[in-house]
Design a protein around this ligand. Sequence first.
Ligand code: GUE
Length: 289
Amino acid sequence: MVETRLIDGKAFAQTMRARLKGEVAVFTAETGVTPGLAVVLVGEDPASAVYVRNKGRQTVEAGMASFEHRLPANTAQEDVLALVKALNADDDVHGILVQLPLPSHIDTQAVLATIDPAKDVDGFHVVNAGRLAVGLDALVPCTPLGCVMLLKDTLGSLAGLEAVVVGRSNIVGKPLAQLLLREDCTVTIAHSRTRDLPGVCRRADILIGAVGRPEMIRGDWIKPGATVIDVGINRVTGADGKNRLVGDVAFEEAQGIAGAITPVPGGVGPMTIACLLANTLTAARWRVG
Ligand SMILES: Nc1nc(=O)c2c([nH]1)NC[C@@H]1CN(c3ccc(C(=O)N[C@@H](CCC(=O)O)C(=O)O)cc3)C=[N+]21
C-alpha cells in the first residue's frame, strides 16, 4: 500500500498563469502588441458556454485581449468559415479557438482547415499535427501539453517509462502519444478495441485516461506506484440525484495503488486553459518575429 500523491493541476495552472501574466506584460511593453485570443462558439451547449466564459476571464486576467463570437446553433457552415477568415485577417487576433464539438451540419475538419495554422492555438490544424509528428516547432494541443507538464513536474525525466494512453482522439490521445514519444517514453495507444485492456494498462508506469467514459479505468488496472493522469470530465448523476464531475479513472479505487493521480475537477482541466494562454503568447511572439 502506497500513499497516493495528489497532482494539483489547479495550483500548477495558477502559478503558470501568474508567470504568463508577467511575460505578457514584458512582451507588450517591448512590442506595443497585446496578444489577442478569439473564441468562436456555435450553439448554446451550456457546458461549452461555461468553458468559453472561463477562458475569456482568464485571458483578460493574464493581460491579453479576449474576443468572443457566439453564433446560433443553426449558423450555416459558410458563415462560420467567413468568420474564421475574418479572424485570420485581423491583426489584433493572434489565437483562434473554435469550440468543439460543432453542430452536426458543420464539417469540423473544413473549419479547422480554414484556421491560419499560425493562429491555431488548439493545435488541431493538420499542419500543426504534422509538424508535431515530425518534430518541428508547432502549436501543440493544450490538454496533451498540460498533461506532459504535470508528468514532468511529478516524475522529472520521463525517458524509458512505459506510457499507456487510453483513447485515440485527434484532440488528446494521438497528440499526447506524440508528446510522450518526444519525451522518450515507450508509448502504447489503447482504445475500445484493445484486447485485454486491463492487462495493457497494468504495464503502465504512466497511465492516461482520455476516453470520456466515467470511471472506466478501475483500481486493479493500475500498476502499484504508477502515475495516473485523468483527462476525462464526465458529468454524472449521483445516487442523491445531484450532478457531479468524475474522470475516466475510478479515483477512490486508485487510492493506495497509484503513486500519484490527478483529481477531477482540479487536475488536467485548469492546465488546458493555462496552456491555451501560453499558446496565444507563443503565437503573438511568432507573429511579431
Ligand atoms: N476547440 C476546443 N478546444 C478545447 O480546448 C476544448 C473544446 N474545443 N471543447 C470542449 C473542451 C473541454 N475543455 C475544457 C477546458 C477546461 C476545463 C476546466 O478548466 N475544468 C475545470 C472545471 C470543471 C468544471 O467545474 O466544470 C477542472 O477540471 O477543474 C474543462 C474542459 C476544453 N475543450
